[in-house]
Design a protein around this ligand. Structure first.
Ligand SMILES: *Cc1c(COP(=O)(O)O)cnc(C)c1O
Length: 450
């Protein structure tokens, strides 16, 4: 491998030198372009990305006007205004869903769908361990038993081939997460759900505009949940939505998110008897989302272009394995840019030190999720009063063992993430990221000693 790298860099350098010479440029210019010869910033060199990356959120007078409009209208609540309803219509149209219900956040979108399915004590719900903790919390807030299904190392998504083995007669929902803007293997997930007559709730909180076989994710299962929290690709500070093509399910969700009441004014105080809560979005957020949506498609295209280009370069670097997409994923929204870092290709430089070195080059990154299924928080579930009352000790004793996810453990040790805003700049930003990584690799032995 080592000789291979050296040889490739050599070829790259010589061909650049050749090009420079033929353009009449000095040789030193070519050496400069081949960033690997420079010292990493962590060893005292110049950082590759001194200019930083685009900031987030992105806004201008469009957002200012939208917020002022709501302010002056005096109609701040969805019951009286038209911004939230307008957003629901627009988001349904954009995604091709029959129904869209806006909620106060992504977590409340998930809560709404699980509430509409009447998930409760004694039920089991399947989820991946590689997700934001909200996916887990909505299950345990209903006193249902979360069952983790291991990750697919190549794609970072739930391993759909392992779902069926996790199903029991108590399984009431499957909640796959379209992680990082990509898609789970929806063909397989939906097939298992259909076979066992278990509803699929897509956690699409990170995957606005992503597609599976040309159709938007979040529109395939019984329900699909989105988040508009500040870090997400569509942002109103806090916010969320449920998509569904099922009319009855949409009605139950609408009622659930509004104190269990039926949607129409005449019924507002005629207690309908369904459980529910106040999980409504407000008019300011609705109007802000309409403004932000004018940028969504273009930003999303830019992320995809940059990410695709970056992947091509990173695949050439031994020990850097960008997350793959399933063949059916026809559009990746790149909420995160994720890859696996293999230290044996970097002179055993630890991931932590690699990330520090990358940070010094001006490329911020994170190691992503830690293994949720092994956390003290999750493992403590079986010792809580309500779980001990609800589940047979036999079930609780076997639970941790059922939740072993060895691939996910490995993934959590190897993953490195970039955030979506880093993909919003010019293509040259991607060149710099790749250059920073190559530079660290070239000097990995010395970097390891820092
Ligand atoms: C962000 C997120 C949520 C929760 O959304 P909030 O709007 O923060 O409540 C749920 N699941 C996943 C995968 C997320 O990334």
């Amino acid at each position: 491998m080592k000789t291979d790298i050296t040889r490739r860099y050599f070829l790259q350098t010589t061909s650049l030198a050749g090009a420079s010479l033929s353009l009449g440029l000095a040789n030193s210019r070519a050496a400069e372009t081949d960033g690997t010869s420079a010292k990493p910033a962590v060893l005292g060199g110049e950082p590759v990305c001194s200019g930083g990356f685009p900031g987030w959120p992105v806004f201008d007078e469009t957002e200012e006007k939208a917020l002022r409009e709501t302010l002056h209208s005096g109609q701040w609540y969805r019951g009286s205004g038209k911004a939230v309803a307008g957003f629901e219509e627009a988001y349904a149209k954009l995604t091709g869903a029959k129904h869209c219900l806006a909620t106060s956040c992504g977590t409340s979108a998930l809560t709404t769908t699980l509430g509409a399915l009447e998930i409760g004590p004694g039920d089991e719900v399947i989820l991946p361990p590689y997700t934001f903790v909200a996916t887990y919390n909505v299950i345990v807030l209903n006193y249902a038993l979360p069952i983790f299904v291991d990750s697919d190392l190549e794609t970072f998504q739930i391993d759909a081939n392992k779902i069926e083995a996790a199903i029991t007669e108590r399984t009431r929902a499957i909640v796959p997460v379209h992680l990082g803007g990509s898609s789970v293997d929806l063909d397989k997930v939906l097939e298992v759900g259909k076979k066992h007559k278990i509803p699929v709730i897509e956690d699409a909180c990170q995957s606005h505009l992503a597609e599976w076989r040309g159709q938007k994710v979040g529109t395939w299962g019984t329900g699909g949940c989105f988040s508009f929290q500040a870090s997400k690709n569509l942002n109103s500070g806090e916010g969320g939505a449920v998509l569904t093509n099922d009319h009855d399910f949409a009605e139950i969700c609408r009622s659930f998110h509004d104190q269990g009441r039926a949607g129409h004014v005449a019924a507002r105080f005629a207690y309908s008897g369904t459980r529910g809560s106040n999980l409504r979005l407000c008019e300011f957020q609705g109007n802000l989302l309409l403004a932000q949506m004018t940028r969504l498609e273009e930003q999303s295209k830019r992320r995809t272009e940059n990410a695709t280009y970056l992947t091509k370069m990173l695949r050439e670097i031994p020990g850097i394995l960008p997350a793959k997409m399933y063949e059916g994923c026809t559009r990746n929204a790149y909420h995160l840019y994720m890859f696996r870092y293999q230290k044996d290709q970097f002179a055993n430089l630890t991931r932590a030190k690699f990330m520090t070195a990358l940070g010094k080059e001006g490329v911020p990154c994170s190691g992503g999720y830690s293994p949720m299924n092994r956390s003290a928080y999750v493992l403590g579930l079986t010792r809580t009063r309500h779980y001990q009352k609800t589940y047979p000790s036999e079930t609780l004793n076997r639970w941790a063992e059922r939740n072993q996810c060895p691939k996910n453990d490995q993934l959590c040790q190897e993953a490195v993430w970039f955030t979506q805003n880093m993909l919003l700049g010019p293509r040259t930003d991607m060149d710099k990221i790749a250059e920073a990584i190559r530079r660290i690799q070239k000097h990995a032995g010395e970097v390891a000693k820092v």
